[in-house]
Write a protein that binds this ligand. Structure first.
Ligand SMILES: C[S@@+](CC[C@H](N)C(=O)[O-])C[C@H]1O[C@@H](n2cnc3c(N)ncnc32)[C@H](O)[C@@H]1O
Length: 299
């Protein structure tokens, strides 16, 4: 079994800026391996944490990790785009802080069968964070029209070779379905000209990112989740968002600015906080992290 390990990103900044009421209730909307949640519970012995994740495996693991904190920590499976309903179903009507640590966790990437990584040759094309979701990467890759594939790879992967990759995917799947990550990587390698590959990282990186975002409707969920979380914050409550690519950060920045401009929010990070060199060295995933925090203005 793959080790279920995830190094939490920018833990000190998240804790310092998010927790202002040391007896409050906080939502970790992306519980993952439970790293941030455990740290919050340990550092502030009177707070309560509600952990949400759409990935049942992550939730089971986190439950074990957080069992020590007993009733101070409750967890629930769900998509944070429905955060209000989720919290209300747990009898919670307001919280003092919400954390979103976006994207996939290291265990999701490391587990071959989840199909998130282009590093495995024979992983199934899955990429669902929530395995109850009927749409997998296999379905999108093998069923979507070429135009839609190209559009998604261009938009969600910011891939300049999107049209060619889509064209090659459609040609390949006419011979036989593209079932594994290795098969898809081969198709992408054939589509991206050799000269364009130099220095750009793995040629499949952007297409895999695009498919993952598409399968999980990550940008739609983020947009909904921010609004839902904001509704549930009590006055002076804070929202912290760790994003990992420009598509996510753009949504967060825009929403925070709208709230700021209409006197609903105080922006605690005029410019996003980033991880320092030492953290990036120890945890490469922190390299692209951007942390933004907004506080709800009280009435
Ligand atoms: C980067 S990990 C979080 C790691 C966690 N902060 C820690 O320190 O261990 C992101 C987690 O968010 C979950 N996730 C992503 N989008 C989600 C959504 N829309 N609803 C619920 N969970 C989501 C993923 O399944 C993953 O487990």
């Amino acid at each position: 079994m793959v080790k279920f390990e995830h190094q939490s990103v920018m833990p000190d900044a998240v804790l310092d800026l998010l927790v202002t009421d040391q007896t409050g209730v906080y939502v970790d909307a992306t519980l993952g391996a439970g790293g941030h949640a455990a740290l919050m519970l340990k550092t502030y012995p009177k707070i309560k944490v509600i952990g949400i994740d759409q990935d049942s495996q992550a939730l089971e693991y986190a439950k074990g990790q957080l069992a020590f904190y007993g009733a101070r920590c409750r967890v629930a499976k769900g998509n944070f785009r429905y955060l209000e309903a989720l919290l209300r179903s747990m009898g919670v009507t307001g919280v003092q802080g919400v954390l979103f640590d976006l994207g996939v966790s290291s265990p999701q990437l490391d587990q071959r069968d989840r199909g998130f990584s282009y590093q495995y040759e024979d992983a199934p094309l899955d990429m669902r964070m929530d395995t109850d979701n009927p749409i997998s990467a296999f379905r999108l890759v093998n069923q979507k029209p070429e135009r839609e594939l190209a559009e998604a790879i261009r938009t969600f992967g910011e891939e300049r070779w999107a049209a060619r990759i889509a064209e090659f995917i459609v040609k390949a799947r006419q011979q036989e379905p593209i079932r594994t990550s290795g098969q898809l990587v081969q198709v992408i390698r054939a589509a991206v000209p050799q000269a364009a590959r130099r220095g750009g990282g793995h040629p499949a990186r952007r297409t895999f990112q695009a498919l993952r975002i598409w399968v999980n409707d990550e940008l739609g969920a983020l947009s909904d989740g921010l609004d839902e979380g904001w509704k549930m914050l009590t006055p002076n409550g804070r929202m912290a968002v760790l994003s990992f690519h420009s598509l996510e950060d753009r949504i967060v920045k825009k929403r925070f600015r709208e709230w700021g401009d209409t006197d609903r929010a105080r922006l605690m990070t005029k410019h996003p906080r980033t991880a320092d060199e030492a953290e990036v060295k120890a945890n490469p995933r922190a390299r692209s992290a951007k942390l933004r925090i907004a506080e709800k203005i009280g009435h």
